[in-house]
Design a binder for this molecule. Structure first.
Ligand code: OXD
Ligand code: MN
Length: 598
């Protein structure tokens, strides 16, 4: 298969494409140039073959619809591997396979898998081309769906090739649908080769290789050696009445409302005080220490790949505005007028439609076990450009990024963790991040509802041994003169009836206000064994229907419950053996002492 060498003189790149094409055996190779014209052509082609369905262009201009295979609707963590020479490098937090075995297994699946198909070459940049933060990748794929998603999620095309020049460094990203067979599916990362191979899936998190695979797993590995952080964090700017914008980076496990928080609209009483929210990113933050001694961050993505069920004008008005045009809808309900719907979306429940599996659907339909059949898959998604978001920050493509004043960790816990607490210092903050825990959700393949510990929300995304990752956090903190303050939030505490006590969504700004005031040294706090919490009077509750005993409950630190928690932390830490930094054990011991003493 000839590779068009008019596009670039990058010999290593040309040779790699040649080798991959030899293995996959596509009928032709097409370079993605980033032009509107090519994008439209590809869309048309995919609509013709049925890979995409064109949506109602009057109501949803530029929008298309896609269905994945039935067994391919979420990230498959059990089929995701870090392939380093030594198993210890991947750590107990990752599935490990030797590079030799991984290449062999995947090659067998890739072999001739693109026969009768086209191989697309997608040059992409995570982060603005030429920013000191950015990383370049080349994704080879046989899926137009992947090409169209990548065109939204990253800087793509000739400008990236030009920047790469004749010898620029790039991450090799190979994706093939093969047979879309879960038994022949592998998501492989080779951090030492700067390479990713993904085969047998068509689901975003497994196949948009710039996203989780490069921007988190490979980038976290790079960041460790290059002295920066690649994190599973949203980034927002909170502008106050003096027009000062304070930037916050926040880590939450999947489906804890990161996208909603990133696009929050202030509740009336806070809007009156002059607050505005600027969205920088909803999923990934790359952060590095600059000469001014502060931690600066970019969102390496140019698009959102967000969950739809539960998204409506009340929970996330800005998202609803964002997805009105130029959006790819995946696995939602297709209405008869070629618009879309999902559970807990806007508007009345449609009387009929075609569900995400392609079957006729109407409300109340049940399966053979009597279970209600949803129109949309619980992990159905939208892919849309950030620039379409009404709250998009004017700094989203600033190559310098934004300075981070606060880091927020959060989880979904029915009890234990109060609404908010602040760590005593950086080291205690790293400890706080390391003990994060949450309930499993639809974005992952596995048992839903179970609590799992998910340090810094990076458990599925840290590309190396997490004990070393904790060390990296502790060490890098020492280089930050203006260290961000570190907080923990929990929007999900429930009462005895199992109902959420805190209203969440836009009211979360009431908590962010306290966080920002703490950063700007404008407000006090109450010291508890786990950290500083606000006093009731310091959370603005104006306009909220919540009583003071509810707030007491939300802010309660129950020493006995926490002592139980420290046992489970000890057990969690034990998997890292002697690799665990002693600073974290010491923080745990100090916590136990404070809990017993108070
Ligand atoms: C995501 C995830 O898709 O975290 O962003 O699962
Ligand atoms: Mn995520």
């Amino acid at each position: 298969m000839a590779v068009d060498n008019q596009k670039t003189n990058h010999k290593e790149l040309l040779k790699w494409i040649f080798d991959m094409a030899k293995m996959c055996n596509p009928d032709k190779i097409v370079w993605i140039d980033g032009s509107e014209k090519q994008k439209e052509q590809l869309k048309k082609e995919a609509i013709q073959t049925g890979e995409l369905i064109e949506l109602n262009q009057e109501k949803l201009p530029g929008c298309v619809y896609h269905r994945t295979a039935l067994n391919d609707v979420a990230r498959t963590e059990h089929l995701t591997f870090i392939c380093t020479d030594k198993k210890e490098e991947a750590g107990p937090n990752n599935n490990w396979m030797s590079p030799e075995e991984a290449y062999k297994k995947a090659s067998d699946i890739f072999k001739d898998s693109m026969q009768g198909r086209t191989m697309y070459v997608i040059p992409f940049s995570m982060g603005p081309v030429e920013s000191e933060f950015s990383k370049t990748g080349i994704e080879l794929t046989d899926s137009i769906y992947v090409v169209l998603n990548m065109l939204i999620m990253a800087e793509v095309g000739d400008k990236v090739l030009k920047f790469l020049g004749n010898d620029g460094r790039f991450t090799q990203c190979l994706h093939g649908k093969a047979e879309l067979d879960i038994n022949k599916r592998l998501i492989l990362h080779f951090p030492q080769d700067n390479a990713i191979w993904s085969v047998g899936s068509g689901y975003g998190g497994n196949v948009l290789l710039g996203k989780k695979c490069l921007s988190l797993r490979i980038a976290s590995y790079m960041g460790r050696f290059e002295g920066w952080f690649a994190e599973h964090m949203l980034i927002i700017g909170v502008e106050d009445s003096s027009q000062k914008t304070t930037y916050i980076a926040a880590a939450f496990p999947s489906a804890c409302g990161k996208t909603n928080l990133a696009m929050l609209i202030p509740p009336q009483s806070l809007a009156k005080k002059g607050y505005k929210i600027w969205t920088v990113g909803d999923d990934i933050a790359w952060m590095r220490v600059k000469e001014d001694g502060s931690l600066w961050a970019i969102n390496p993505e140019t698009g959102f790949f967000g969950v739809l069920p539960g998204t409506n004008s009340k929970t996330n008005y800005n998202a609803m505005q964002t997805i009105k045009k130029n959006t790819i809808y995946t696995n939602v309900l297709l209405k008869d007028d070629k618009t879309v719907w999902w559970e807990d979306g806007d508007g009345p429940v449609p009387e009929s439609g075609t569900d995400w599996t392609g079957k006729p659907w109407k409300p109340g339909l049940k399966d053979e076990n009597g279970k209600i059949i949803n129109g949309a898959n619980p992990n159905s998604r939208f892919t849309a450009p950030i620039k379409q978001c009404p709250s998009a920050s004017p700094l989203i493509d600033d190559p310098e990024g934004v300075p981070i004043s606060a880091i927020v960790f959060g989880g979904r816990r029915a009890s234990l963790a109060p609404l908010v607490y602040q760590s005593f210092d950086w080291q205690h903050g790293v400890f706080t991040g390391s003990i994060m825990a949450s309930e499993i959700t639809a974005a992952q393949y596995g048992a839903q509802g179970k609590v799992r510990r998910d340090p810094m929300a990076m458990l599925p995304f840290c590309g190396y041994n997490m004990a070393e990752y904790f060390k990296h956090w502790l060490q890098t903190g020492k280089n930050i003169k203006n260290q961000p303050k570190i907080f923990h939030v929990n929007w999900f505490r429930t009462d005895k009836q199992g109902k959420f006590i805190w209203p969440g969504f836009s009211d979360n700004l009431r908590v962010l206000e306290w966080i920002i005031d703490r950063c700007n040294e404008k407000v006090g706090a109450v010291e508890t064994p786990i950290g500083y919490i606000p006093s009731q009077a310091d959370i603005d509750l104006d306009g909220l229907d919540i009583n003071s005993s509810d707030i007491d409950e939300l802010l309660k630190v129950n020493n006995d419950e926490w002592l139980g928690e420290t046992e489970s932390i000890k057990e969690f830490y034990s998997q890292f053996g002697d690799d665990l930094p002693q600073e974290l054990n010491s923080e745990l011991e100090k916590l136990v002492k404070r809990l017993k003493d108070s």
